[in-house]
Unconditional design. Structure first.
Length: 204
């Protein structure tokens, strides 16, 4: 550390917290270490201590693609939206959440594929998700017309508190729908191919 940092009454943990507070977004531990003239291992230890101290508090450390960011707790989202007057503007509609889930689990995925799953046109919903920065164009399919392929962004991970796509909850397997036979009902004996056993002749 520099002379100023050495003589500071703040611990490395508190200094790391201060840098995360003023950072514009997620930063790697190496950048924090360089700014504080500390070893990366020391910074990682400080981050672990911070993470433990934030349990059951309104702040948390969010790790995304090897970077860390100081964020508010997901359960505080509604209160924050109401306080900032963002509730009506930022909350995703059920249609947007449905399309976003399809992109998240099936990426890379095209709009026709999304439409096929939803059963409706998803053009306006995808434009909204693109505008919010939750999805992005990641290429084009080799299929007819070479439609655009969509995938999720780091902003998607941050908004939903995920470190990576591997943390997405597993999908529940779909139960097969019961089949209804169109054949006319048959008698039970026919169905079981039942043949009565002949009685033995009475000897006498």
């Amino acid at each position: 550390m520099t002379d100023e940092q050495t003589h500071s009454t703040l611990s490395l943990e508190n200094l790391v917290e201060s840098l995360l507070f003023v950072a514009d977004g997620p930063v790697p531990a190496s950048q924090l270490a360089a700014a504080l003239d500390a070893r990366p291992q020391q910074v990682k230890k400080a981050l672990l201590a911070l993470e433990q101290s934030y349990q059951e508090r309104g702040l948390q450390l969010q790790h995304t693609n090897g970077r860390v960011q100081l964020t508010t707790h997901p359960q505080a989202a509604v209160a924050i939206e109401q306080f900032l007057g963002l509730e009506s503007q930022q909350r995703l509609s059920s249609a947007a959440l449905e399309a976003l889930a399809i992109v998240a689990y099936r990426q890379p995925v095209t709009r026709p594929q999304i439409d096929g799953v939803r059963g409706v046109n998803s053009d306006s919903v995808l434009k909204n998700l693109l505008f919010k920065g939750l999805i992005k164009e990641i290429g084009r399919s080799e299929g007819p017309g070479r439609p655009i392929l969509y995938g999720t962004t780091s902003a998607f991970l941050q908004q939903f508190g995920l470190a990576s796509l591997r943390e997405l909850p597993p999908l529940e397997p779909e139960e097969p729908e019961p089949t209804v036979s169109t054949e006319p009902a048959q008698e039970t004996t026919d169905h079981l191919d039942y043949q009565p056993t002949p009685l033995p002749e009475n000897g006498g």
